[in-house]
Write a protein that binds this ligand. Structure first.
Ligand SMILES: Nc1nc2c(ncn2[C@@H]2O[C@H](COP(=O)(O)OP(=O)(O)OP(=O)(O)O)[C@@H](O)[C@H]2O)c(=O)[nH]1
Ligand SMILES: [Mg+2]
Length: 246
């Protein structure tokens, strides 16, 4: 099985090298890593370039100039790796909140499912204990109440950003359908996945706070998610399995 890992980075100069080392140390067959860097002012892109020189077979860097956003970085990265012969596509943060140690088990589960989700909200899943009550409540409200009520999703962790997709699932979803960029990117992908009838497996993970570096998620981005979720529902509510992209 060939696996491509898409790693979006914005100012992750302190994490990128150890993240790539941890991924390359996994024993999961052929692995290719694509870093998608949005011209990080802290030089993450240049560090990634050096790593690509050291591991030319496995590491590649996509530099985006003048563009920002987690969602659009993933779409650019997904399109890039779908042009290769990869069978599975990993989506994960590059700040160690999503631990590479879960990947072998997640990959094993992809055999019977169309996407495997590293989930904070199934039995055994956990949030970092440093999260304050406010942040916890906001995440629980967003995931367990608001999005589930509006979108009627079955998945527990609607904003999960740690996933392994089968190639065919990403192709069937049709990335051109995706319009969101921030947190709602995760929600829109989750909604399309279920609307199109794909089999989702949630696997519990411990979501650890980023080890080093600064957060990019502002209060405004979080608030924007509230009404953008309504747009996602509006946009895709009529889709069924027959609407999978060929
Ligand atoms: N390419 C790209 N990557 C981004 C952008 N914004 C965030 N990222 C990356 O996306 C991942 C998730 O972003 P984070 O800032 O960790 O978001 P978060 O996990 O909600 O917040 P903290 O971990 O608390 O900082 C990280 O790997 C970031 O480097 C962006 O605009 N472009
Ligand atoms: Mg993070």
């Amino acid at each position: 099985m060939r696996t491509a890992v898409v790693l979006p980075t914005y100012n992750e100069s302190q994490n990128i090298e150890s993240m790539i080392a941890a991924l390359l140390a996994l024993e999961i067959g052929q692995i290719n890593i694509l870093v998608v860097d949005d011209n990080s002012p802290d030089g993450t892109g240049q560090i990634a370039d050096k790593l690509a020189e050291s591991f030319p077979e496995q590491v590649e860097v996509l530099h985006r100039i003048g563009e920002r956003g987690l969602g659009s970085a993933y779409i650019a990265g997904f399109n890039h790796v779908l042009d290769t012969e990869t069978d599975a596509v990993v989506q994960m943060d590059s700040d160690f909140s999503h631990s590479p140690r879960y990947l072998p088990e997640m990959l094993a589960k992809l055999g019977e499912h169309d996407v495997v989700v590293g989930s904070r909200y199934v039995a055994g899943g956990r949030l970092d204990e440093h999260w304050g009550l406010g942040r916890r409540l906001l995440s629980i409200f967003a995931n367990r109440i608001y999005t589930r009520l509006i979108l009627r999703l079955h998945v527990r962790d609607v904003t999960a950003g740690f996933k392994i997709w089968r190639r065919s699932t990403l192709l069937g979803i049709g990335l051109k359908r995706i319009r969101s960029n921030g947190y709602v990117f995760q929600v829109e992908m989750a909604y399309l996945t279920e609307k199109l009838g794909y089999r989702v497996k949630e696997m519990p993970i411990y979501f650890e706070d980023r080890r080093i570096g600064r957060s990019k998620m502002s209060q405004r981005i979080k608030l924007e998610a509230v009404w953008r979720t309504l747009q996602v529902a509006q946009r895709h509510r009529r889709l069924t399995q027959a609407d999978r992209q060929q």
